[in-house]
Structure formats: C-alpha cells, structure tokens
Design a protein around this ligand. Structure first.
Ligand code: ZN
Length: 172
C-alpha cells in the first residue's frame, strides 16, 4: 500500500475523460488500497481515481470522519447516477483544491448504480451528506470540478488563489 500524490487544480489530468474498469483483478485491488490510504492520510471523505492521475471510473467515499465512528468505506466502480431529485446547497471542499470551501448546489437525493471491488453490481439510494459526496466524486470521473458549479465571479476568485498557490509551490 502506498499514499499517492493528490493532483491539485489546475492540473490538466483532472479534466481527462476516464475509462470504465473491465478487469476486477489484483491490480485493481492494489489501486483501491492505495486510494483508501491516500484518502485517509489526506484526510478526506472522498477520492476519485483521476485525483491521483489514474483515468479510470472509480471513486471511494467514507463520510464517517469522526475518530469515534467506525469506518464506512464505500467503493464505486463504473458508477452511474440514475435518479436525482430535489436541490440542496452545501459548503464543499475538495482534496484537489486545498483550503478552498465553496457553496455548491446539488441534488438532494440520488440513486446510484455501480460495481463493487469484486465487480458485483449494486444500487444505492442516498441523501444528505452521502448524496453530496457521491455527486462530487462522480463529477471527477467526467472531468468536472467543484468550480464548474460556481458563479463566474467565484470561479475566477478560486482560480486566482489556486494559481497563486501553484506558483508558490513551484518556487519552493
Ligand atoms: Zn473533489
């Protein structure tokens, strides 16, 4: 297992289209382990494969963030949001946008269809924070980022602060 480097906006790999997973083998298992370790080390409540430079349709979510809560790790492979209803606005963060928190509108309730680590299909109905996390991570698989949901003004502000951050990281 290894903690992988998380790509930060404006890394172009975050915009890449992803490929479906076709083989549920040991290599996939190792990738999932690395993704989980990377997510927990960050720490974060979700991580999509493109965030570590892997252009595959995979993301993980674990919204049990408190130290006293048991882990609630969920793996979504080749996911598809098949139903979404309602609207809700929440403050969101993203491991690819360190230090950025923005209000984002999402569907309130969703139904997602996906495969697990062994390739078995499942369906899950979610609302609340879990539904928000799934929609956020699912966006990553389509090259879509948190900023794409913001007004032009907010998007410009976030872009500018991330560019400043990238520039200072490049010089140290
Ligand atoms: Zn994200």
């Amino acid at each position: 297992m290894a903690v992988r480097t998380i790509l930060h906006y404006p890394d172009k790999r975050l915009r890449e289209q992803t490929q479906p997973v076709t083989e549920f083998n040991e290599e996939l298992g190792r990738l999932l382990e690395d993704m989980a370790e990377t997510m927990y080390a960050a720490p974060g409540v979700g991580l999509a494969a493109p965030q570590i430079g892997v252009a595959k349709r995979i993301f993980l979510v674990d919204i049990a963030t408190g130290e006293n809560q048991p882990s609630d790790l969920r793996v979504f492979i080749n996911p598809e949001i098949v139903e979404s209803t309602g609207e809700v606005c929440n403050e969101e963060g993203c491991l690819s946008f360190p230090g950025v928190h923005e209000e984002v509108w999402r569907a309130e309730r969703i139904k997602v269809r996906a495969q697990d680590a062994k390739g078995a299909s499942f369906e899950l109905e979610a609302d609340g924070f879990l539904a928000v996390a799934i929609q956020h991570e699912n966006d990553h698989l389509n090259g879509k980022l948190m900023v794409d949901h913001l007004s032009m003004l907010r998007r410009r502000l976030v872009h500018r602060s991330m560019m400043k951050r990238a520039a200072s990281e490049a010089t140290v």
